[in-house]
Write a protein that binds this ligand. Structure first.
Ligand code: AP5
Length: 218
């Protein structure tokens, strides 16, 4: 059983690796960032609450986020594994997950952390373009679509995320170092932590992650 957390700073390549992992291991992808963006696009009460926070690079409250994840992890499709992307992001979220996992019979058994130096994160995020229809991610110089501005996978029109600007990214990085990086020691202490270097190229990175996941599954 693979009940996985995927962590790393903004732009580390979590979304890129998540898509490969869920295809290879047939488990659901639970991205809190995607869930919030979907709620914003639909204009739900959750979306209205989260919009300004996300666009400025801040973190949505632990209470809201934990409730959202608990509901999602309790769905039947998570019974045979899941990939959490972007959750937990704070120690209180990690503690809530440590409690809820066994309660709902779905405890986390592996944490993948991708690290990338700040200068590279800034370069990746400022050049990122995403497809709002299917979630595919591109880069203006490194991962260009075949036709400029158009998604290769679904033909959607590529956009720049509202929080992919210099001011929001500064806040996101500050939040990462103050609130999320402490989870590294938390999961080392739990014996679940696996570190990966995120600058080796997305193909080789996936090869290494896949190897670890296959070993863990045996
Ligand atoms: P979220 O959507 O989780 O954003 P994030 O953590 O900032 O991560 P990103 O999506 O920006 O980056 P990524 O690591 O997925 O990188 P990607 O693969 O696209 O969260 C958004 C917001 O929601 C948060 O700021 C917060 O407000 C809220 N939120 C979410 N979860 C929350 C929680 N738990 N609690 C509270 N609030 C929460 O790659 C980036 C770029 O790099 C791409 O252009 C790609 O082409 C390129 N690239 C990828 N891999 C490689 C590689 N190996 N080599 C070279 N280039 C690469």
């Amino acid at each position: 059983m693979l009940n996985i957390i995927l962590m790393g700073p903004p732009g580390a390549g979590k979304g890129t690796q998540a898509k490969k992992i869920i295809d290879a291991f047939a488990i659901p992808h639970i991205s809190t960032g995607d869930m919030f963006r979907e709620a914003i696009a639909k204009g739900t009460p959750l979306g209205l609450q989260a919009k300004a926070i996300i666009e400025s690079g801040g973190l949505v409250s632990d209470e809201i986020t934990v409730g959202l994840v608990k509901e999602r992890l309790s769905q039947p499709d998570c019974a045979s594994g899941y990939l959490l992307d972007g959750f937990p992001r704070t120690i209180p979220q990690a503690e809530a997950l440590k409690k809820m996992g066994p309660e709902i019979g779905r405890p986390v058994n592996l944490v993948i952390d991708i690290s990338v130096p700040d200068e590279e994160l800034v370069r990746r995020i400022s050049g990122r373009r995403v497809c709002p229809k299917c979630g595919a991610s591109y880069h203006v110089t490194d991962m260009k679509p075949s036709k400029e501005g158009i998604c290769d996978r679904c033909g959607g029109e590529l956009i720049q995320r509202k929080d992919d600007n210099e001011a929001s990214l500064k806040v996101r990085l500050e939040n990462y170092y103050s609130s999320t990086a402490p989870l590294i020691d938390f999961y080392k202490a739990e014996g679940l932590y696996h570190h990966f270097e995120g600058t080796i190229g997305h193909v080789e990175l996936f090869r290494q992650i896949e190897k670890t996941l296959k070993e863990a599954k045996q």
